[in-house]
Every structure is written in structure tokens, then in C-alpha cells.
Write a protein that binds this ligand. Structure first.
Ligand code: ATP
Ligand code: MG
Length: 236
């Protein structure tokens, strides 16, 4: 997946400003930047929830920008939401089943149920399968966001701060899950403020600041990038 010159403005403020990026096949790409940098907005553009005012997103040999979110999801790009959008009145299993049914509308109910159950097992949520979302721990709710996206059987998975609010042990578990997802051949682009996680699992990292791409490189290069250091030190 690639973006070229991706831009959007809100009332004159350029939230995403001419961003070029590439997510390579089988890669874990980190997307970092301070609060308000435009990270979630870029995700919203890629997934079709917002229309870019300029530039384009290319995936699978064609332009996907301009398509509606359901079309983009069915083309193989799934996302999670920064504030979890699980369905609280449904069980964990039904939440994942909805992902399976939504992602591949041609599936029979039985096929979707098999996908849901294997996804529950893969993400370690099988022990919560029959419980309501409101009754499971936060770490499991975050994981459920990932499971719902995975159940659509994507080629690209976009994670928006799925490690936020987790304790260190839960962060380790989440990191292991992301690695396993990539191990299945899924390319991952992840927004994360948990630097330890981003630095250790990403193959490459891109950084946004005021909507602009300010760095693109291996974790070691990003750590040594002056502008990135200034922004993060400036924040702290
Ligand atoms: N729908 C919208 N309408 C107007 N302004 C918006 C909208 N969505 C985002 N913005 C603004 O665009 C800027 C970028 O927001 P965005 O949510 O993309 O930041 P972010 O990098 O994800 O930050 P955080 O790390 O806090 O999640 C912010 O100034 C935000 O207030
Ligand atoms: Mg955000």
C-alpha cells in the first residue's frame, strides 16, 4: 500500500499535508508523532472514513482513495479504532463474527463462524467468547478490536493505539500478537505512543508532525533523528 501527496484540511488547518508513504508487503510499519500530528486522520483517509482533498492511496495495483469504507475493508485493509468500537450489547464471539461476516460477504454463516472461532483462538480471546464486551478486562477489549479487524481476513491491518492503557506485561503480549499476525503474512501499520513497543517490533517507522512527514527510517535511524528527538523531548 502506498500514499502519494495525501492531504486534508479542516477549516484551513492542514491536518495531513502532502504525505508520501509506503507499506511494504509483510512489513510492520510504525506511525508516530505527537498528539494532533494527524496520525488517526491519515488512518481515516486510508480506510475511507474521510476523503482526502489531495493525493491518492494505491493498493493492490489500483487507486483505492475515493472508495467507501466497506469497499476498502473488502479489498483487504482492516483497521481498529483509537476509542474501541466494539458492540457492548453483544458477546465477544458475536463481535468477532460480525467482522467475519462483514469482511467477506460471500461467506456462509457456518464459514463465518469457523473464521470467528479460529480468530478467537488465535488472539487468545476464546476464554471470553460467551461474555459481554462490558464484562471483559480492558486489555481483552483492546484485543477484541484487533480480533474483529482480523476476522475480516485482511492483507493490511491498521492498528490505532491498541497498546494504550495496557500494563507492561499486557504490552508484551500485544507485541507478541502483532508479530504473530505479521507471521501470517499480514502487513501491519501501527500508530503507537508506547515507544518501547514501536522501537522493538517495527521494521520501519514514519513520523508525522503538524500533518507533515518528518522522518522515515529504521528504528535506529528514528532514534537518532534530531527533529524527532526535539519534538518528543519538547513534549516531555
Ligand atoms: N473530523 C475532524 N474535524 C475537524 N478537525 C479534526 C477532525 N479530525 C481531526 N481533526 C484535527 O486534526 C488534527 C489531527 O488529529 P488526529 O486525530 O489525526 O491526531 P493524532 O495524531 O491521531 O493524535 P493523537 O495522538 O492524540 O491521537 C487535530 O488538530 C484534530 O483536532
Ligand atoms: Mg490518534
Amino acid at each position: 500500500m502506498s500514499g502519494r501527496g495525501v492531504s486534508i484540511s479542516f477549516g484551513g488547518m492542514k491536518a495531513v499535508d502532502g504525505v508520501d508513504f509506503d507499506l511494504r508487503e509483510g512489513e510492520i510499519l510504525g506511525l508516530i508523532g505527537p498528539n494532533g500530528a494527524g496520525k488517526t486522520t491519515l488512518f481515516n483517509i486510508i480506510s475511507g472514513f474521510l476523503q482526502a482533498s489531495g493525493g491518492e492511496i494505491i493498493f493492490g495495483g489500483g487507486k483505492i482513495s475515493g472508495l467507501k469504507p466497506d469497499k476498502i475493508c473488502r479489498a483487504g485493509i482492516a483497521r481498529t479504532f483509537q476509542s474501541a468500537r466494539n458492540f457492548p450489547g453483544f458477546t465477544v464471539r458475536d463481535n468477532v463474527l460480525m467482522g467475519a461476516l462483514f469482511g467477506k460477504p460471500g461467506k456462509t454463516r457456518a464459514q463465518a463462524e469457523r473464521t470467528a472461532d479460529s480468530t478467537l483462538e488465535f488472539t487468545g480471546l476464546d476464554k471470553y467468547a460467551g461474555m459481554y464486551v462490558s464484562d471483559i478486562p480492558l486489555s481483552a477489549q483492546k484485543r477484541l478490536e484487533v480480533a474483529r479487524a482480523l476476522a475480516t481476513e485482511p492483507r493490511v491491518l491498521m492498528l490505532d493505539e491498541v497498546m494504550a492503557g495496557l500494563n507492561p506485561a499486557e504490552v508484551e503480549d500485544a507485541m507478541a500478537l502483532v508479530r504473530e499476525i505479521r507471521g501470517r503474512g499480514v502487513s501491519v501499520i501501527m500508530i503507537e505512543h508506547v515507544m518501547k513497543a514501536i522501537m522493538s517490533i517495527c521494521d520501519r517507522i514514519i513520523a508525522l508532525h503538524h500533518g507533515r512527514l518528518i522522518a522515515d527510517g529504521a528504528p535506529s535511524e528514528i532514534t537518532e533523528n534530531k527533529q524527532v528527538a526535539e519534538i518528543y523531548l519538547g513534549e516531555a
